[in-house]
Design a protein around this ligand. Structure first.
Ligand SMILES: [Zn+2]
Length: 315
């Protein structure tokens, strides 16, 4: 499953406590789904979670009848088509959210965003319908694809104005308006804000690992001649931590091992003594925990830790 689908799956599980927030999420979902039109339209989605949640909200909030069909394709991956059935259903959706079937330009009706949690819920809905995020191992990039100019500018304002601002930008691509964020901190903030806590943590860990590896590569380029022992040992530990992160996830570790793994990623050039001082345990204690981390990584790598490590050090 792509990182984007994982994020959406996590977002679909977030529950709204208040009625106003439920409505705000449904509004974000439908307004950005491309089904928000007076005419019959079939819209394709990649994620089954997305079509299901749009259908649920359309029926719960507006009593709309929704049709879903699956399209199986080996080359392009499965997709799911969704359409709102009948003029009455479409009219009812417009009415529930205070829109007029004859309006010329689709805009965000702010009356549907009542409290601070409503804003979170609204953005969550918009992201599930029209958003995507690139695997952070490749690139930091989150975007919303919006077909209408006014609607895109309204969404840009919701994202950027007030606290917290997400510093998104607007561009055009293939006749659509793209609202995007490239700053990894802002992407993390938005994921957390919308309720994708695990995905946000995953992104943070990938980032820490990448930074640690860059640090190591930079130093080993400059200091190959006298690369000290601490450093090459640390590089192996970072690579071992990365193997755990990429397989079972750092979240599966005990608290003390997680603490050490995070500390090591943040400080790749810290000696054992340095680590032991920060953790407030003995050097042999640190050594013992490192051994346990490496053992776990060895299991995660199916006994081929050296191969994995060599691969990630050469990337
Ligand atoms: Zn609310």
């Amino acid at each position: 499953m792509s990182f984007s689908s994982e994020v959406k799956r996590e977002l679909c599980k977030v529950e709204n406590k208040e009625k106003c927030c439920r409505k705000a999420e449904g509004y974000g979902l439908l307004l950005f789904s491309r089904c928000f039109t007076p005419f019959h339209k079939k819209v394709s989605f990649e994620s089954v979670h997305t079509v299901n949640i749009i259908a649920q909200y359309a029926s719960a909030l507006a009593g709309a009848i929704v049709d879903i069909s699956a399209k199986v394709s080996r080359s392009r991956g499965d997709s799911y088509a969704l359409s709102i059935i009948g003029d009455d259903s479409r009219k009812s959706i417009y009415e529930v959210f205070g829109h007029d079937l004859h309006e010329l330009n689709l805009r965000i009706n702010k009356n549907n965003i009542k409290c601070e949690n409503c804003k979170k819920a609204f953005l969550r809905g918009a992201f599930i319908s029209a958003g995507s995020i690139t695997d952070p191992n490749k690139e930091y990039h989150l975007e919303f694809v919006v077909p209408h100019s006014y609607l895109a500018n309204d969404l840009l304002a919701v994202l950027n104005d007030g606290e917290p601002g997400f510093q998104s930008s607007l561009t055009e691509r293939g006749g659509n308006y793209i609202i995007y964020i490239k700053d990894s901190n802002k992407i993390e903030d938005l994921l957390t804000y919308m309720g994708a806590i695990n995905s946000s943590m995953e992104l943070m860990q990938v980032k820490m690992y990448k930074e640690a590896m860059n640090d190591i590569n930079r130093k080993s380029n400059f200091e190959t001649a006298n690369m000290d022992k601490t450093f090459s040992a640390s590089a192996k530990q970072v690579a071992a931590i990365a193997v755990i992160n990429d397989t079972v996830g750092l979240g599966s570790l005990s608290e003390e091992l997680q603490q050490l793994a995070t500390l090591r990623l943040e400080n790749p050039d810290l000696s054992l003594k340095g680590l032991s001082e920060i953790l407030g345990i003995s050097r042999s204690g640190v050594n013992h925990r490192i051994k346990r981390l490496v053992e776990i990584a060895e299991r995660c790598a199916g006994g081929n830790l050296e191969e994995w490590t060599a691969k990630s050090l050469n990337e």
